[in-house]
Design a protein around this ligand. Sequence first.
Ligand SMILES: NC(=O)c1ccc[n+]([C@@H]2O[C@H](COP(=O)([O-])OP(=O)(O)OC[C@H]3O[C@@H](n4cnc5c(N)ncnc54)[C@H](OP(=O)(O)O)[C@@H]3O)[C@@H](O)[C@H]2O)c1
Length: 317
Amino acid sequence: MYAMTLPTFGDPDVLTWAEVDDPVPGPGEVLIEVAATAVNRADLLQRQGKYPAPPGSPAWPGLECSGRIIGLGAGVTGWHVGDEVCALLPGGGYAEKVVADAGLLLPVPGNVELADAAALPEVAATVWSNVFALAGLKAGEQFLVHGGASGIGTFAIQLAKAWGAKVAATASAAKHDALRALGADLTIDYRSEEFEDLVSADVILDIMGASYLERNIEALAPGGRLTMIGTQGGVKAEFDLRRLMAKRAWIAATTLRARPVENKREIIAEVREQVWPLVEAGKVLPVIDRRLPLTEAAEAHRVVEANAHVGKVLLTL
Ligand SMILES: NC(=O)c1ccc[n+]([C@@H]2O[C@H](COP(=O)([O-])OP(=O)(O)OC[C@H]3O[C@@H](n4cnc5c(N)ncnc54)[C@H](OP(=O)(O)O)[C@@H]3O)[C@@H](O)[C@H]2O)c1
């Protein structure tokens, strides 16, 4: 089969379409013929040599995919050859075929095209596990998501809104209309406005890390919860613990890829139970900025690197 490999690290042009060995599903795994994969911010870091593939996973990027099951490893139950699925992957989605853990599969919702379903697993699992399972966002609470136009942000806005929360999002001004159409009640231009003066949030989903830490604590309501999933604004910060104590607030930080597979299976099972009905009801849908052939992955990386997109950039086969 062919895959979009990384013979070396560097700019987008290092991505190379090359012949590689066909993957073979082990016990508890399925083999998927990939219809589409999606670009995640982490793929850019992996391409630059800053986020290595975990042991046992293919060396090329791709944290999610959609496609058809074409093979079953020993002991797989509940899935059949021919099933249309989308999957959370530790890597390797930029390929014609990929092996996935059977516990990390989700059925393609009836109202979503097979290719478009590739936009769902990573954002659904990340947003569900942080904003809902961990931070416990409730109906009526105020939610703030940074980077509302990102793949993560566009999904978080819709899910929080469908949950009955009030939603604020930071983004470039040109993207505000799109975010309001997705359900954001308040959009904040992070270049010209101070979000901590405009919102008192029960839950914040942050992708900036160090550069926003103090300001995020300012923006928390009493009893607020800040969950950090990205470090686009740096990794080291200082803050006054008393500000956190006075608000009885807490901070968490997580990464999905580093979780043990058993934990990822639990998250996927919760996503299927709690989030998938909202997708099937059309309340939360994949937001696709554009679809490019997988062979044009370098161009797709340039689009994402320039933040020229709203939602997800798909790579199709
Ligand atoms: N920990 C985890 O498990 C996990 C899982 C998935 C993703 N992530 C992280 O979540 C983030 C989003 O991922 P993605 O793939 O969805 O990203 P993406 O689509 O590439 O979007 C990145 C976004 O960052 C926004 N941004 C840049 N500077 C900003 C600032 N100062 N304030 C607010 N927003 C700013 C951009 O907004 P504009 O375009 O509006 O300028 C852009 O929409 C990334 O940091 C990624 O690493 C973490």
